[in-house]
Design a protein around this ligand. Structure first.
Ligand code: 4NP
Length: 157
């Protein structure tokens, strides 16, 4: 059983969508894995996902209404095998909390799944211009989660 954590800044826009997407693939493909999400900040702790993320995910048949924001802690290094950051800032903030090399090895930028070595960020749609940002984020995360699901299937993670 692999445990995966998706991490962004607020845990209300990008990482809940990644959480919902991978959860759907785990369920429909019967994968031996679990997924959760967190934010590096506590800005939105306890809140539901942003309504724009919820609506966009629902258009694709993904329900994220049950998710609630929480802050990433160093304890998550003990609970999770794979930790995916949405952007470089999240990545650096997570690494800064790593206690040893084993912790550091668990962390990567999520789009490196679909574009190895690209270190490309999932753009933050929170302050962005409308729904197109959320749809773009969804498509990027779907591609990355599809690669991850394939790896979890063959246990090549
Ligand atoms: P997220 O987006 O990191 O994808 O959840 C954001 C949500 C809230 C804020 C920033 C980004 N904020 O500054 O409140």
């Amino acid at each position: 059983m692999k445990k995966v954590l998706m991490v962004c800044l607020g845990n209300i826009c990008r990482s809940p969508v990644a959480n919902g997407l991978l959860r759907d693939k785990i369920n429909t493909q019967g994968l031996d894995a679990e997924v959760d999400s967190a934010g590096t900040s506590a800005y939105h702790t306890g809140e539901k996902p942003d309504p724009r993320s919820t609506a966009n995910a629902a258009q694709h048949g993904i329900d994220i209404t049950d998710l609630r924001a929480r802050q990433f802690t160093a304890h998550d290094f003990d609970d999770f095998d794979l930790i995916y950051a949405m952007d470089g800032s999240n990545y650096q903030n997570i690494l800064a909390m790593a206690r040893d090399e084993a912790d550091r090895q668990k962390v990567d930028m999520i789009l490196n799944l679909s574009e190895p070595g690209g270190n490309r960020p999932v753009p933050d749609p929170y302050f962005g211009n409308g729904d197109e940002g959320f749809e773009r984020v969804f498509q990027m995360l779907d591609a990355a989660c599809e690669v991850l699901a394939d790896r979890l299937k063959s246990d090549g993670v």
